[in-house]
Ligand binder design. Structure first.
Ligand code: B12
Ligand code: SF4
Length: 467
């Protein structure tokens, strides 16, 4: 009997995974035969891909570890073997034996590449599922490139897709857009799928991304987040955030929450709870309130992204109040609003220099789908094209109100060049970096840069891949 079972097991092992799984009926057949060994041997494989997006010319060379994919990965059952390719830091190899290809797409300008990858896999007999923010924003266009599109957040939802896939009953669309999972279901992101050393830059480990809440209750005109999150602020339980922070082997973090300034009491409790961990972090806006700002500093706030919408004293004071507390400010500045003309952009850049902004990131107003600015520009017939490759926020894709297309493009270059004219972006970033080292030295959390064989001050680490 034993020999018979072993013989059958050998036969099972010799069936190629793909061939076996592609025939969902074979799975049922084997169940009927009670071939438990066969079932045990087979472990479903998913290949998760984060397609490369076109980087902006003025953006820093380094890559941050992607966040959507690691959060999605945490929602994939442990009995599934999951491999991950982030095309920003490694070459995508098409020679794999995955049962399911999963594409995670965050940006509009990432989509054309994602579709190309999906088309290739599907032409080679693979099943492809799409998810992520840009999938939600462009799902109708994505359907022809996909076996299934998943809309919404994956926690507690993705198992259903896997079940359907195993039964060969995959649906074209899984729509959970307004059916948000309870935030208690959000566990630690599965960062173990990342090839860590590829997110080092010149020997320094990049920040790890983390989020303490989802959604946003505001409704700003250039932003698609209100559409995605239904204008609801959904904080995670604070204990879960603390647990996740403790699990990350990195002292420097980036809270990618849309805005932490959505509920004062929650924000205060969050900062008090994370302060003992002594992590240092970057975030989108925090509330401009004395008590909250002080708590943020004690909790390790290193620098914040702050939208700079005008040259008012209100903005000037806001920046001052952050800087007085030792919090750096990276201004995010949208160019090309209807009120902007050439002179105004010049004044704005002068203002940024005058207030000693630590870093500035200029982007061109871009009418992304499901934003109120797109609705307005569509009505006014001012959108030039829908070539999503060019929706990078570094290129003018609409007719500005008070400038020509060319002038706005030139003013964008002007803003970058003028802001960084006497001190390069790299130098300003280095200064910001010194700020964190100072803070870490003060509270004893500074770790010397760990040198390894891939460390380099010259070419990027990604060019010198580990064996
Ligand atoms: C973090 C972030 C970044 C990081 C990305 C770092 C990285 N390596 O990933 C950085 C700072 C680099 C970045 C840059 C930009 N960003 Co950005 N960014 C975000 C932000 C704040 C959070 C994204 C995130 O991680 N969310 C949390 C995770 C958990 O959610 P998620 O990705 O939706 O994943 C869940 C589901 O979608 C699902 N899922 C994910 N993948 C998959 C895959 C499958 C198969 C399935 C089934 C499910 C699934 O599971 C996850 C868990 O539930 C969003 C705003 C937002 N709230 O989403 C903007 C956002 C995505 N960014 C945006 C923009 C505009 C930009 C920029 C173009 C401009 C700018 N200055 O911000 C630049 C890019 C410039 C360029 N061309 O290079 C826009 C996107 C607009 C668009 N349509 O393209 C957003 C929506 C912000 C906004 N206000 O409108 N960004
Ligand atoms: S820009 Fe920021 S605050 Fe405004 S709606 Fe978008 S995520 Fe919320």
């Amino acid at each position: 009997m034993l020999i018979v079972v072993q013989g059958f097991a050998l036969l099972c092992a010799s069936i190629p995974r793909k061939q076996f799984f592609c025939r969902a009926k074979a799975l049922h057949y084997s169940k009927n035969c009670k071939c438990e060994l066969l079932l045990k041997r087979w472990r479903m494989k998913i290949k998760l891909i984060y397609p490369k997006w076109p980087k902006l010319k003025n953006q820093p060379e380094f890559n941050l570890p992607p966040h959507g994919p690691v959060c999605f990965a945490a929602a994939v059952s442990d009995d599934i073997e999951l491999s991950f390719c982030d095309e920003h830091v490694e070459k995508l190899h098409f020679d794999d034996d995955a049962d399911l290809i999963a594409l995670s797409v965050m940006l509009t300008c990432q989509l054309p590449k994602a579709w190309e990858i999906a088309d290739w896999y599907r032409a080679h007999g693979k099943t492809v599922v799409f998810g992520g923010i840009a999938t939600m924003l462009h799902y109708q266009e994505t359907i022809p490139h996909a076996d299934a599109v998943f809309l919404g957040e994956a926690e507690g939802r993705f198992d259903k897709v896997i079940d359907d896939f195993k039964k060969a009953q995959l649906k074209k669309v899984y729509d959970y857009r307004l059916d948000f999972p309870d935030t208690t279901l959000i566990g630690n992101a599965r960062r173990s799928i990342l090839k860590r050393q590829r997110y080092n830059f010149r020997g320094v480990q990049m920040v790890d991304l983390v989020h303490a809440s989802r959604g946003c209750r505001f409704n700003c005109f250039p932003c698609c987040t209100p559409y995605l999150g239904g204008r609801k602020f959904r904080p995670r339980p604070i204990e879960a955030i603390v647990k996740e922070l403790e699990s990350i082997d990195n002292n420097r973090l980036f809270f990618v929450d849309n805005s932490l300034a959505q509920d004062d009491e929650w924000e205060k409790s969050l900062f008090k709870a994370i302060a003992p961990l002594k992590k240092k972090w970057i975030s989108h806006p925090i509330k401009d309130d004395d008590e909250i700002l002080d708590l943020a500093v004690q909790a390790g706030c290193w620098y914040v992204y702050q939208a700079i919408v005008d040259t008012s004293d209100h903005i000037r004071r806001k920046i001052q109040r952050l800087q007085e507390r030792g919090i750096g400010v990276e201004g995010t500045i949208l160019l090309g609003l209807d009120s902007h003309d050439e002179d105004y952009i010049k004044q704005l850049v002068d203002f940024l220099l005058e207030i000693n902004l630590d870093l500035a990131e200029f982007t061109i107003l871009t009418p992304f789908p499901h934003t109120s600015i797109r609705e307005q520009l569509e009505k006014e017939n001012r959108i030039l094209h829908n070539d999503w490759n060019r929706y990078t926020a570094g290129e003018v894709v609409f007719q500005p109100a008070k400038m020509s297309i060319d002038t706005l493009q030139k003013m964008y270059e002007y803003a970058w060049e003028t802001f960084y004219y006497d001190c390069s972006k790299e130098m300003k970033m280095a200064k910001m970096f010194l700020k964190v080292i100072e803070k870490e030295k003060k509270d004893g959390t500074y770790r010397d840069v760990k040198l390894n064989q891939f460390r380099s001050w010259g070419p990027l680490e990604k060019e010198r891949e580990p064996a």
